[in-house]
Design a protein around this ligand. Structure first.
Ligand SMILES: *[C@@H]1O[C@H](CO)[C@@H](O)[C@H](O)[C@H]1NC(C)=O
Ligand SMILES: *[C@@H]1O[C@H](CO)[C@@H](O)[C@H](O)[C@H]1NC(C)=O
Ligand SMILES: *[C@@H]1O[C@H](CO)[C@@H](O)[C@H](O)[C@H]1NC(C)=O
Length: 410
């Protein structure tokens, strides 16, 4: 008897808590759903009724405005904007006769570009440069939610590669981590300026995979940058002929990398970011992968040293855009002009480059630390054409030029 009573009371308590949870989630849903303005309007409507101003009261709609904007309108506006911004674009640079051939909406294949790099190696600047192309959908750092780790193989690589493929195909379903992370870190979306235009005032839009999938498919140029995935793993994407992907591997002198990372608090607790041994093992692995890919997938991969981009932004940008099948546009030229002629102001200016940046380590690092990096990085530096220094006076000397030619040999 007692037992039976207990059983029923447990059932009752369980049922009650389910109800409470449901009610609670409904409540929070509602809060998120309505824009503050809309909630205030609804409240005003209720107040009016209570005020007895019957003649002013509009009937409460049975299907009230739910805060969602008119998606179709946004899509149509975006379509038109892309068309108009590219009206002067010479599509033969991209190997096609016109915009339609690059649009997923009309069964075309977009120009897909991937930048593979690591932290503090100039990929932010490079990514912004590509984003200056009109008609670009910029998949910025899709793996921020992994935090400060390098993905070098299983188990992380399975999901990372699957997600990269999904993103490249504008299929944004089934990647909850990206959108979950975005809830707390909207800056993750702000680099994708053409998406951000629409969600800076309505954040839910960015967090809605249905919307981002539809938006993504409108864009003829799809670019992505990753700093957490090593080149070797990208083979899966190169094998996929449908993707028609071009990859730029961006490397940097480990002494410059480590100098720049000293100013980033995220870096030091994470060995993948802070240990010269790991940084340079990745550089060797990337070199080996690059040489294999250049033979196996001709004209799909370009390797680039950050220093070359910083010393000759204009010439290098022309070369890279040509490789990526992108024609130079006025907007890219303007970007180059405004982001390369100004001196680096401080650690917060993330995407300015100038000839002063790449060799800053020579005057700011202690020789002992440089020596430590060089000991760990001997092979990586020799492969990528970075000269060693023997002592402090040689290091700081103006005559010492750290770059030498290198080749990627099969
Ligand atoms: C477009 O670019 C191609 C080469 O990329 C060039 O041969 C052609 O003259 C250009 N057309 C126009 C109209 O500028
Ligand atoms: C930039 O580089 C291109 C190709 O190398 C060249 O034709 C052009 O004149 C350069 N522009 C400037 C401003 O240096
Ligand atoms: C520093 O290294 C350079 C280049 O190897 C050498 O010429 C120079 O004598 C060295 N200086 C000292 C103080 O050891």
């Amino acid at each position: 008897m007692f037992r039976r009573l207990n059983f029923y009371s447990i059932c009752f308590a369980f049922g009650l808590s389910v109800l409470l949870i449901l009610a609670g989630s409904r409540y929070t849903d509602n809060i998120n759903y309505h824009s503050p303005l809309e909630s205030r309007k609804t409240i005003r409507n209720y107040l009016r009724i209570e005020d007895g101003e019957d003649n002013l009261v509009q009937p409460l709609p049975t299907n009230p405005y739910d805060g969602s904007p008119n998606i179709d309108k946004i899509l149509e506006k975006t379509r038109n904007r892309i068309r108009s911004e590219l009206s002067n674009y010479n599509f033969s640079n991209s190997g096609v006769n016109g915009l339609e051939e690059l649009l997923m909406e009309s069964g075309g294949t977009p120009i897909r570009s991937l930048i593979v790099s690591t932290w503090r190696s100039g990929s932010t600047f490079f990514g912004e440069l590509l984003n200056a192309m009109p008609g670009t959908y910029y998949h910025y750092e899709p793996f921020l939610w992994y935090d400060i780790i390098q993905i070098r193989g299983p188990p992380y690589s399975y999901k990372a590669l699957k997600y990269m493929k999904n993103l490249m195909n504008c299929d944004h379903d089934g990647m909850p981590e990206i959108f979950e992370f975005g809830k707390g870190h909207l800056h993750a979306f702000s680099h994708n300026t053409r998406l951000w235009d629409h969600c800076k005032y309505n954040k839910e839009l960015c967090l809605d995979p249905d919307f981002t999938t539809k938006m993504c498919k409108l864009f003829p140029f799809q670019s992505m940058k990753v700093v957490r995935v090593r080149l070797r793993l990208i083979e899966e994407l190169l094998e996929d002929k449908e993707l028609n992907l071009k990859v730029v591997l961006l490397v940097r002198d480990p002494r410059g990398v480590m100098q720049s990372r000293q100013h980033r608090s995220f870096c030091q607790p994470a060995p993948d970011c802070w240990s010269p041994e790991l940084v340079c093992a990745d550089m060797i692995s990337d070199y080996v992968a690059a040489s294999r890919f250049m033979e196996k997938y001709p004209d799909r991969l370009m390797a680039l040293r950050y220093e070359e981009l910083a010393l000759d932004p204009n010439g290098t940008a022309h070369k890279v855009l040509k490789f990526l099948r992108l024609g130079m546009t006025q907007s890219v030229e303007e970007f180059l002009h405004t982001h390369t002629t100004v001196e680096v102001a401080g650690v917060s200016s993330t995407f300015r480059v100038s000839s002063a940046v790449p060799f800053k380590w020579k005057t700011t690092l202690l020789f002992n630390y440089v020596d430590e990096i060089q000991t760990a990085c001997k092979e990586a530096m020799s492969l990528w054409g970075y000269k060693m220094v023997n002592n402090a006076s040689q290091m700081t000397s103006k005559d010492f030029y750290p770059l030498e030619p290198y080749t990627i040999t099969q």
